[in-house]
Design a protein around this ligand. Structure first.
Ligand code: G3P
Length: 241
């Protein structure tokens, strides 16, 4: 017997704010350090009930995905089918390691437009999440048409500065939200660059996003648990769903 479980499908990620923690290649977030930071993130997710994901180095995907019940993302995949491509990392390979998806076109790992399209469709074909990074409302508009699951707008000049996009360039966020929603309302919108304190997160959500992508503030925090807890609470407080 076929039973209709739900009448309306609500994207599970859309019902709660999202915080993606990018570990980049920070020493503190490599190997055992990455596992420790992922465990802290898992604890905060369990206590606060927000969506938290970690984007880790390829070499740490298996370690973390095997030990922590959080969606683990790769920071990059190559637009290559499995085969004769030495030194490349395919979407299949990150899936086999336990990744739930990948960032695509991070500003520290830019791709050509053709490769962005190939990566997003390869990830989709494997049932993996794609998080497309863009730098302006204009590139976000182009990116939205490729139907990534999520899109994170990050002005590169603010990355790693501690000056938050949501405070310093709110117009980049609001304009991105406007154009992306117009082009493809199914895309989950995040913003990032300089997100450092809880208020940066609530401000990002008040500007119309579903959450944030951040790196240095979390990885370098003296008290990552305290910082992430405050960010999760701020996100929940601002989120209307
Ligand atoms: O991917 C997140 C990122 O590029 C922002 O970095 O250090 O400014 O939070 P950060």
């Amino acid at each position: 017997m076929i039973r209709l479980k739900t009448i309306f499908f609500v994207h599970p990620l859309k019902s709660k704010p999202i915080i993606i923690l990018n570990f980049k290649t920070y020493r503190e977030a490599t190997g055992e350090g990455a596992l420790t930071l992922a465990r802290v993130a898992e604890r905060v997710r369990d206590e606060q009930g927000v969506n938290i994901m970690v984007a880790v180095q390829h070499t740490d995907i298996y370690r973390i995905a095997s030990s922590v019940e959080l969606p683990v993302l790769a920071q990059h995949v190559d637009a290559r089918e499995p085969g004769s491509w030495t030194g490349h990392v395919s979407a299949e390979a990150v899936k086999a390691s336990g990744a739930a998806g990948s960032l695509v076109n991070h500003s520290e790992r830019r791709l050509t437009l053709a490769d962005i399209g190939s990566c997003i469709s390869a990830l989709r074909g494997l049932g993996l999440l794609s998080v497309l990074c863009t730098d302006t409302p204009e590139t976000s508009a182009g990116g939205a048409a490729l139907s990534p699951d999520m899109l994170a707008v990050e002005p590169p000049e603010l990355i790693g500065t501690g000056i938050s996009v949501s405070k310093a360039k709110p117009e980049v966020v609001t304009k991105t939200v406007e154009v992306v929603k117009k082009i493809n309302s199914g895309v989950i919108i995040l913003c990032g660059a300089g997100i450092s304190v809880a208020e940066d997160v609530s401000r990002a959500i008040e500007l119309g996003t579903d959450g944030v992508l951040l790196a240095s503030a979390y990885v370098k925090a003296k008290d990552p648990y305290g910082l992430l807890t405050s960010m999760a609470k701020a996100a929940l407080g601002a989120f209307k769903g």
